[in-house]
Design a protein around this ligand. Sequence first.
Ligand code: HEC
Ligand code: HEC
Ligand code: HEC
Ligand code: HEC
Length: 153
Amino acid sequence: MTRKNIFGVAAIALLMAGSAGVQSIRSEEGAAYVGKEKCAMCHSDIGASYEGTRHAKAIESLKKTSQEGVADCAKCHVTGYEKDGGFIDYELTPEMAGVQCEVCHGPGGKHVGDPMGGKMVREPGEELCRACHTKGQDPGFDYAEKIKSAHGE
Ligand code: HEC
Ligand code: HEC
Ligand code: HEC
Ligand code: HEC
């Protein structure tokens, strides 16, 4: 709720500031998910190191028990679940499996074509992590510690 309010204020400020700002806010709001292969084309070091994280392999954990098709599991083990360009199911969108870059940085549909104009979320923040690292799934989750290895070691 707070987030929505802040966004509203920012949007009004930009409306007053001029049309360029408004356009970029709209585009980001409507940006689609594109998948990690696109990100790694430019951010190749981060892309390579990310592949060593458990986020990158999160779908493998579901496959162990053949649960990659179970929606209740997928929502925390994939990217952009049920969002534009995001994961639909493992048959249709295998490339969107795993907890990828865009889970933390937001959909990149605008940024990949215009990195300077289409800004990504720089630091996702604890609240985002807690959407999946819930008390039930991960009672010992320590944000300050875990954020250090967001891109791997
Ligand atoms: C065409 C090359 C290119 C692609 C593809 C690309 N980026 Fe970027 N990215 C950049 C550049 C250049 C910057 C620095 C922009 C700046 O300094 O204003 C950047 C900056 C960022 C930042 C820092 C915040 C910001 O917006 O400045 C993040 C986070 C980021 N990219 C994530 C991603 C993710 C996630 C993807 C895949 C969805 C991606 N990038 C795809 C070139 C790219
Ligand atoms: C979309 C859901 C989702 C979000 C959001 C998410 N994670 Fe995860 N995370 C997972 C899943 C699922 C795993 C387990 C992957 C596996 O092993 O199958 C995991 C594993 C991890 C691990 C490795 C296991 C461990 O506990 O050491 C770290 C570190 C981690 N996440 C940090 C973070 C941080 C920091 C954030 C927020 C910036 C975050 N995660 C956001 C779903 C998520
Ligand atoms: C609310 C988000 C969420 C849901 C829903 C969820 N997971 Fe996870 N899962 C996580 C997180 C976060 C981790 C990493 C923390 C940990 O290791 O306990 C994880 C880790 C795992 C692991 C790796 C455990 C290990 O220690 O190697 C497996 C396997 C797994 N989940 C399977 C499933 C299955 C099967 C389902 C559906 C029945 C499911 N998950 C649903 C968030 C979720
Ligand atoms: C678990 C969440 C998480 C995931 C997944 C993640 N990042 Fe990040 N990323 C962060 C955090 C937190 C920061 C800011 C702190 C820092 O610089 O390490 C960041 C910073 C960045 C930056 C800007 C600063 C820098 O180091 O250049 C870029 C670019 C970036 N990430 C790209 C990516 C790409 C590309 C991927 C996928 C291959 C990715 N990230 C996956 C959390 C994540």
